[in-house]
Design a protein around this ligand. Structure first.
Ligand SMILES: NC(=O)c1ccc[n+]([C@@H]2O[C@H](COP(=O)([O-])OP(=O)(O)OC[C@H]3O[C@@H](n4cnc5c(N)ncnc54)[C@H](OP(=O)(O)O)[C@@H]3O)[C@@H](O)[C@H]2O)c1
Length: 267
């Protein structure tokens, strides 16, 4: 049986959908199972809730965006339980190779190392930044996109494509054992090309302008630097490398990330 964690999140939900549509024996686990008897209750923060009995392949969706020590403890709890319960293969949704400069990279890289030195077979999916997220960061207000994205861009990828890739690998994990895939998109999205698509104006601003604007929001102290690390890495050209792993796994070209980002920017 395949178990997908984080089943109330966007990515995990879409992975489960692909698995069930293709007839795979799969179920989900979440902190919020509600009244569903389809989903298991599981919280990586509470080791007593983590059971992977009967699970052969675990799709471990990275557990939210928090301080590094919180995420690392969560992931360690999950992997330790998987090893205890005899899970054969863990498919982990990590972060693109080019993302090492992002504020949330360390917890992903720690988790990759933990898997590589652990007892289960593993496959690491180094997911590119979601086109939906980039669209959200480049949303226009009154026809103007003001963001510290400079003139750089992101080889973003549709979350649906990442979900389908994870489902394809989870259905047939044996041939992907010990492999790391860099799942970035095949085009680069910039502030200017979102603006052109939407008929908006793009006005790149300084990082400090966004930081000051975030000061008046209810963000936790670690969140603004994490968020701004995306803008800084994009604007300085660190996220532009495109790739073909996603095409190879899906057996088709990825969805048009620019259209998806533009739709998210106006949602
Ligand atoms: N590549 C990107 O652009 C990008 C962007 C944002 C986030 N991410 C990462 O990718 C993951 C999936 O993305 P998403 O869009 O599905 O995010 P999302 O909709 O915000 O969902 C958050 C996910 O984190 C899980 N989670 C949080 N705390 C947990 C805990 N204590 N134990 C177990 N699971 C926990 C949630 O599981 P429940 O079902 O229990 O709520 C849910 O699957 C995120 O968690 C984050 O690590 C990637």
């Amino acid at each position: 049986m395949i178990l997908v964690t984080g089943a109330s999140g966007h990515l995990a939900k879409a992975i489960l959908q692909h698995l069930t549509q293709t007839g795979a024996a799969a179920t989900g686990a979440t902190r919020h199972p509600g009244s569903s008897d389809q989903l298991r209750a599981l919280d990586f923060d509470v080791p007593a809730t983590i059971s992977f009995e009967g699970v052969e392949t675990l799709v471990m969706v990275s557990a939210g965006t928090e301080e590094d020590d919180v995420v690392i403890t969560r992931h360690n709890n999950a992997i330790t339980a998987a090893e205890r319960d005899g899970v054969r293969h863990i498919v982990y949704t990590s972060l693109t190779e080019a993302g090492d400069h992002l504020g949330f990279a360390l917890a992903h890289r720690w988790t990759e190392r933990r898997l590589q030195s652990g007892k289960a077979q593993w496959t690491i999916l180094r997911n590119g930044l979601y086109a939906e997220l980039i669209g959200h960061l480049l949303a226009p207000h009154e026809g103007v996109i003001s963001a510290p994205f400079g003139h750089g861009g992101v080889a973003a990828v549709a979350r649906q494509d990442l979900a389908e890739a994870a489902a394809i690998i989870a259905r047939n994990p044996g041939i992907h054992g010990g492999r790391t895939y860099n799942l970035v998109g095949n085009i680069v999205i910039t502030g200017q090309n979102i603006a052109d698509t939407l008929g908006a104006e793009y006005r790149p601003v300084k990082l400090t302008e966004l930081r000051q604007a975030l000061d008046s929001t209810a963000m936790l102290p670690f969140q603004p630097p994490m968020l701004l690390s995306i803008h800084s890495a994009a604007s300085h050209g660190f996220l532009e490398e495109t790739g073909t792993d996603i095409t190879d796994i899906l057996g088709r070209e990825p969805l048009n990330a620019l259209h998806i980002a533009a739709a998210a920017a106006t949602a």
